[in-house]
Design a protein around this ligand. Sequence first.
Ligand code: 1HN
Length: 348
Amino acid sequence: MNEPEGNPLPAEFRAVLRERALAPLWDFLKGVLPHGRPAGVTRPHRWRYADVRPLLLDAGRLVPVEKAERRVLVLSDPGRGADAMSATGTLYAGIQLLLPGETAPTHRHSPSAARIVIEGRGGFTVVNGHRCEMEAGDVILTPGGQWHDHGHDGTEPVTWLDVLDLPVFTAAESAYAEAGIPGCNDEDPLMTLTSDFQRQGFRPAVACRRANPYPMLRYPWRAARAALLRLADVAGQDEGAALEYVNPETGDSCLPMLGFTAMMLAPGQAWQAPLNSASAVFHVIEGNGESQVDDHTFDWMAGDTFSATTFARISHRCAEGGRPAFLIRVDDTPLQRKLGFYQERQPD
Ligand code: 1HN
């Protein structure tokens, strides 16, 4: 507690306040509203996939998926103490394992989630009855309130990074889930057709039209990678080849609170990100390199994940040699824009 100098509260007065569930704001104001820049508790961290993978496979032997519902090792912010269910103030991230033949049961919940596939073939996610195949690097959305389950038809373990806006719902005391009932995860064919036609420039007449707030649920890595290569070909080195994942019908961010951006760095290329108010989680899809996040230096390779706080100074460098690097940044920019708060600043 930071008692103001020269103005100590009498102990009896403080005791009476406590007893009546009252607190003196003047003792806490600088704590809740620090000067100039937020003083969060998040500590930037890098999780190496090579460290997580064997532990996840151990969990695969120790924890049956039926018991776990979702078999996940959470990327738990070291700044928040043991077992923190978030990587930054607003972003939850975890790595999930599904073994051949397993299914993760149908449920839905208030937070939105997205998966970035790390390894394995044959995995799939069914979202509101729509089956999304999982291939390495794909981004697959399970928006808040939509039924979803996962399955695995392949022969090797499948892993992916889950990112959710769960901490926002936890703070708002509005995080909850519901278990599926038979038939809940079935496709509405009119909704799918409405979106398919929209992409061709048609729209079903009102009577047989169904609004689809999330017309795209799977963003294949194959398409994102090819687009980045084309973009990098025509953009200058200092422009930075990056693609935002959007709702193709509205141009809005693909989820309401979470922003997804794929970026490419050519061999040896360095990129200084503009200083901004979003917190972020970076996931490496391909290549090797190193990132600076404030005073932390994280070297990385495919499968690794690292976090960054709000207003962090961030720069990335791809290793010299033949191969470009590809990363996907997940951030809370859409949430902050909706709050009317998002800011970019000149580094000082
Ligand atoms: C969830 O539903 C999934 O559906 C993954 O795969 C991770 C973390 C917290 C809450 C719900 C999934 C989750 C989750």
